[in-house]
Design a protein around this ligand. Structure first.
Ligand code: NAI
Length: 313
């Protein structure tokens, strides 16, 4: 029988994890404090498995067979019993994470990995006093995880290499692309990059250099196109005839000069917020939010399919 993964919290992210672990060949047990949410989650999991299969994104597995390996439990103790790894997906609140991890600590075996989906709380903030703290780690996915395979792995200072390596290996097995932080860092990696871009976008609009739509055009028709398959470092390497050292010699002084002007972070309030709100609500009206989310996920799905066909260099 295949090994078991427990998902604690069956909301948006918990459901996606269930799909991914089932795709990787694991048995999955979903737990939530609200029983009706688990029923909804099972419907979503079934639909997502079929949708991934239609797009050839189910790692060659049969969706119906994957679905038979997913179940729910109304008891936390039976959900986590014998689990290889449990993936916590409760709301982003440090007190709640502390409470849930303390409870899980009393239920898990000495070998179960306790993995949190938290977007921005470093693991030492909610695992320090636990007797199983050496098995605690963060595995932060990108939404929607079934089309965005990067996952940030953040060990606590006391996480063992064994727990870290096991987590990385499980993530690879289910088709994810783990990125491992060498130490805890506020904001992790993804959000620090995202915040840097957001802050500079805000400044450019607030200081009257351009309009909000121009930022989106620069990203979607410029920078973002390259970044979706080679990232900023390979981009600069290819942008200079003699590679990255050549690029650094040519452009580093200019980058430092401009970067020194970035200044203090800006609060996202006031007239600039109004300007940004007017623009995004014109493009993505609030009464069509659900349809636009489906549209976004549909495009991400097409990109995921396309990226599978990108030839190696
Ligand atoms: P959500 O609100 O959709 O789901 C949370 C679920 O946890 C709900 O079903 C709720 O009933 C359940 N829950 C609450 N207390 C519980 C408890 N004590 N035991 C078991 N279940 C409990 O939240 P979402 O968006 O799925 O977020 C979950 C985690 O994933 C958060 O830490 C969030 O920061 C992280 N995350 C979220 C992303 C997103 O885009 N929504 C992206 C990446 C990570």
């Amino acid at each position: 029988m295949s090994e078991k993964i427990a998902i604690v919290g069956s909301g948006l992210i918990g459901r996606s994890w269930a799909v991914l672990f089932a795709r990787g060949g694991y048995r999955v047990v979903l737990y939530d404090v609200k029983e009706e949410l688990m029923t909804q989650a099972m419907e979503v999991v079934q639909a997502q498995l079929h949708s991934l299969h239609e797009s050839n994104l189910l790692l060659g597995r049969d969706p119906a067979e994957c679905y038979t390996r997913v179940s729910t439990s109304t008891f936390l103790s039976s959900a986590v019993e014998g689990a290889l790894l449990l993936q916590e997906c409760v709301p982003e609140d440090v007190e709640l994470k502390r409470k849930v991890f303390s409870e899980l600590d009393t239920l898990v075996s000495d070998t179960t990995i306790l993995s949190s989906s938290t977007s921005c709380i470093v693991p030492s903030k909610f695992t320090e006093t636990l007797s199983h703290r050496s098995n605690c780690i963060v595995s932060h996915p990108v939404n929607p995880p079934h089309y965005c395979p990067a996952v940030e792995i953040i060990p606590a200072p006391w996480t063992t290499d064994l727990a870290k390596d096991k987590t990385i290996s499980i993530m690879k097995q289910i088709g994810m692309k783990p990125v491992v932080a060498k130490k805890e860092c506020d904001g992790f990696i993804l959000n620090r990059l995202q915040y840097a871009v957001l802050q500079e976008s805000w400044r450019l609009v607030e200081d009257g250099v351009c309009d909000p739509q121009d930022i989106d055009t620069v990203m979607t028709s410029g920078l973002g196109l390259r970044w979706s398959f080679i990232g900023p470092f390979q981009t600069i390497h290819l942008n200079a005839p003699e590679g990255v050292t050549d690029y650094a010699e040519r452009y580093s002084d200019g980058i430092v000069r401009v970067s020194k002007q970035f200044g203090e972070p800006r609060h996202m309030t006031g007239e600039t917020l109004e300007k940004v709100r007017e623009y995004v609500e014109g493009e993505v009206p609030m009464d069509k939010h659900k349809e636009n989310l489906q549209w976004r996920d549909g495009v991400l799905k097409q990109l995921a399919v396309f990226k599978q066909s990108i030839p190696d260099k």
